[in-house]
Design a protein around this ligand. Structure first.
Ligand code: 26Q
Length: 767
């Protein structure tokens, strides 16, 4: 975008006058933030409008989550005016950094939601016509604090500073019908700016509102029926994001959300397609839809219903759907694969349920064995099966994950429909995750190899001949980033860290399979080793954790309490003060991640092999020059292929070994053979930590005594984990170690979301 400072300041001034009746001098931060954003929005109108009006083939990315984070800096970066706006504001005595107080748009839980955000950004940057369709939750993922070591949740009022990066599009509102209510769906459009290429795609988020009196006329024309009670709870549908990650809660309100989102999106798309005078049988020529996990899969029967309402036969409608829909799976965990009670679903959405039954019948007509292939069975609707049956393509998110889908999770489906299955390894956008969060390093790289890597990340391999030359700058910048993070942590968590310590980081959602416990127990293991003298020369290390636990996930909350207790023990013990510090940061989110991933020395990616579909945090650390301490799980496998296993720190049972070990596994044996591990585990029950809640005892039982003790092989992998971790800590600081860091950075090309969306565009979307 061309930038004219005088013009820009005049635009800001004008918005301040019109919207807030104030001027630059009297404006508060909030007003200024809105005025700056709106001035930029206004200047982007033409590019956005051009894209919106064009009738080229598009893909709709249907997702219950878009974890966008903060918009302003990444938008300015992509428009190529980040520095210019900063300078312009400085010239009038204002500070662009002041907008760091703006809340993140946390309309997602974790990896799946952040992936959607990265893909939108990369698609725009690669001029791929991808639009997001989702929900405009009034409250995003809860804000987390710790009270006496326990997680507390507060509502996330992400609109507190206003929402200048969205526009409400009343003219595109539609009605969504449930058996017991009709709700108005109003879209809010967010521009998605491509990186310095003038492309603007759209994220359309639907908000639920009551059908208002003045809507009745138009609504009655559609021969709808309004029930007396139905305005009552309309807004409830988009009140709040479900805070679950990799676990399903079978709440009917969640199903209402899902249907609301896809029905509104499809009505909108069908309406506009028809307005072009097109026959709906040709819909697949212009549109395809990517279903982000099972959450939007109810779109399939909804489109079947809409098309038949428009006069297509079931078979014709099915043919359209079979060409339009594609399905991405993000997990193999049974507890996360969505299933709905058939009676509840048919009560809420009788016509949609009819379509699901028709799919089941078609499946039987096709001659598939109903004992092996089913969508509805024993009054349960299996959303993943529906998705696979109808979709043109089904993809996993890393090589190992796709292989597990083929060999195990969806084995029967794969053998019957092998041509549907593809792998698309996840990726992250290098703009937000290096250019924006680590500008000093980005500039150093630019100076050595130029700026082409900004849009072709594989170009980073060109730094390989220049490692020695880059090392001093890399060390200096990493240290500065560590200092900045330490300052931030001191201010927000009240723990002081020295940048001379090794920063060992595990940040991700809290889940048993991700094994934060493995890390926590190793901290205690080292602590007791230092105390009893069996560990000498322990390199000073700061163990940094960040994670939110789903509010209903007891074990996850227990792990948070445990680690906070460890932190209290360690940080208050002067005997280890120069050796270790432990901190669990509160409210880990996208903006915190931006500060953390550029300041880490170790990236902990330690899930039990076979459980983490891909992971994308691992890629963010790699991009910022951090070695992985990890298992051969998810994308770690491909990280090792790209960067060399010798440049990372790999430990633990492989996916093949896990299956064998589980046959005869006895956690007690692991502990009996390892006195210091035993001591660490027994802190859960021996009074080391106060445990009035009984949570720690429950953790102990889950490891040692419960049904399926130590399901995720924490104790089995422990010895190998500390062996490799000790090696890493010893290697740290050497020139050889720093080279490993840079080789990781140089080898990260494959994990650009630009490559991922290109793969989707080529293999699936035909864009
Ligand atoms: C389902 C039903 C009801 C309520 C909530 C849910 C729900 C919500 C979110 C189920 C799962 C999720 C999120 C899953 C997720 O984030 N998976 C992660 O996806 C990443 C992107 O592909 C992968 O990198 C991670 O490995 C995977 O865990």
């Amino acid at each position: 975008m061309k930038f004219d400072k005088k013009q820009f300041l005049a635009d800001v001034e004008r918005v301040l006058h019109a919207d807030y009746a104030c001027d630059m001098k009297s404006a508060g931060r909030r007003e200024l933030y809105n005025a700056v954003s709106k001035a930029v929005m206004e200047a982007s109108f033409e590019n956005w409008n051009r894209e919106k009006k064009s009738f080229k083939r598009r893909c709709g990315y249907f997702s219950a989550e878009f974890l966008m984070g903060r918009a302003i800096y990444s938008n300015l970066l992509n428009l190529g005016i980040l520095e210019e706006v900063g300078d312009a504001l400085k010239s009038v005595g204002e500070d662009l950094n002041a907008f760091e107080e703006v809340e993140d748009a946390a309309l997602g839980n974790g990896g799946l939601g952040r992936l959607a955000a990265c893909y939108l950004e990369s698609a725009a940057s690669k001029d791929i016509a991808l639009d997001g369709y989702g929900l405009r939750y009034r409250y995003g993922l809860f804000r987390q604090t710790f009270v006496d070591g326990f997680q507390h949740e507060e509502g996330d009022d992400w609109l507190k500073w206003g929402d200048p990066w969205s526009v409400r599009v009343d003219r595109d509102a539609v009605f969504v019908h449930f058996a017991d209510q009709t709700v108005k769906a109003v879209p809010y459009d967010m521009p998605i700016f491509g990186y310095k290429n003038g492309v603007v795609n759209t994220l359309r988020l639907w908000q639920a509102e009551p059908v208002q009196a003045f809507d009745f006329a138009s609504f009655n024309e559609m021969k709808g029926e309004i029930k007396a009670t139905e305005n009552f709870n309309a807004t409830k549908i988009t009140d709040v994001l479900y805070p679950n990650d990799n676990t399903m809660v079978g709440k009917i309100l969640r199903l209402r959300q899902q249907y609301f989102m896809v029905s509104a999106s499809l009505q909108d798309i069908v309406k506009k397609f028809k307005a072009r005078g097109k026959d709906l049988r040709e819909l697949p020529e212009k549109w395809c839809f990517q279903l982000n996990d099972t959450h939007p899969v109810i779109a399939i029967p909804e489109l079947l219903r809409l098309l038949q309402a428009e006069g297509l036969s079931f078979d014709e409608a099915f043919g359209v759907c079979a060409r339009c829909f594609n399905f991405t799976n993000h997990t193999i965990m049974a507890e996360a694969l969505e299933k709905w009670d058939a009676l509840a679903l048919s009560d809420l959405l009788p016509d949609v349920y009819e379509q699901i039954l028709s799919c089941q019948q078609k499946l039987e007509r096709d001659g598939l064995d109903p004992n092996v292939f089913y969508i509805v069975r024993d009054n349960v609707v299996h959303m993943a099966n529906l998705a696979i049956y109808v979709s043109a393509h089904v993809n996993g998110v890393a090589e190992i994950h796709t292989n597990i889908l083929k060999r195990e999770t969806f084995k029967n489906w794969y053998e019957r429909f092998p041509e549907k299955f593809v792998n698309i390894t996840n990726g992250i956008t290098p703009r937000r995750w290096l250019l924006l969060n680590n500008p000093a390093m980005a500039r150093e790289i630019d100076a050595v190899i130029g700026a082409e890597w900004h849009t072709r990340l594989s170009e980073l391999k060109k730094i390989k001949p220049h490692l020695a030359e880059l090392l001093p700058a890399f060390r200096r910048i990493k240290r500065e980033n560590k200092q900045k993070l330490a300052d931030y942590i001191a201010a927000h968590e009240g723990v002081t860290l020295s940048p001379d310590f090794i920063f060992d980081v595990q940040v991700k959602r809290l889940h048993e399979y991700k094994r934060q416990m493995l890390n926590a127990l190793s901290v205690l293991y080292f602590y007791y080793g230092i105390k009893d003298g069996s560990v000498a020369d322990f390199p000073s290390t700061a163990f940094i954790f960040g994670a939110k636990a789903a509010p209903g996930y007891y074990m996850a909350k227990a792990v948070i309490k445990f680690i906070n207790e460890i932190a209290r023990l360690v940080n208050n013990d002067p005997a280890v003060a120069d050796k270790m510090k432990v901190v669990f940061v509160q409210n880990y989110n996208v903006s915190y991640a931006e500060k953390i991933v550029c300041a880490a020395d170790i990236s902990e990616q330690i899930s039990m092999a076979g459980m983490e579909a891909s992971g994308t945090g691992n890629m963010k650390f790699m991009l910022n020059g951090t070695v992985t301490l990890g298992t051969l799980d998810g994308a770690n496998v491909e990280i090792c292929e790209e960067a060399g296993r010798e440049n990372n720190y790999i430990f633990g049972a492989t996916v093949e070994e896990v299956a064998a070990i589980k046959q005869f596994y006895c956690p007690r044996e692991q502990v009996e053979g390892n006195p210091r591990l035993k001591r660490a585990v027994e802190t859960l029950i021996d009074g080391t930590f106060e445990d009035a809640s009984g949570m720690l005892k429950k953790l102990y039982e889950s490891l040692m005594t419960g049904y399926q003790p130590d399901r995720y092989l924490v104790l089995y992998d422990f010895a190998d984990y500390v062996r490799v971790k000790e090696q890493l800590l010893r290697d740290y600081g050497s020139e050889e170690f720093d080279k490993k860091c840079l080789i990781n950075m140089a080898s990260v090309g494959k994990f650009s979301a630009d490559r991922s969306v290109r793969d989707y565009a080529k293999l699936i979307w035909d864009l």
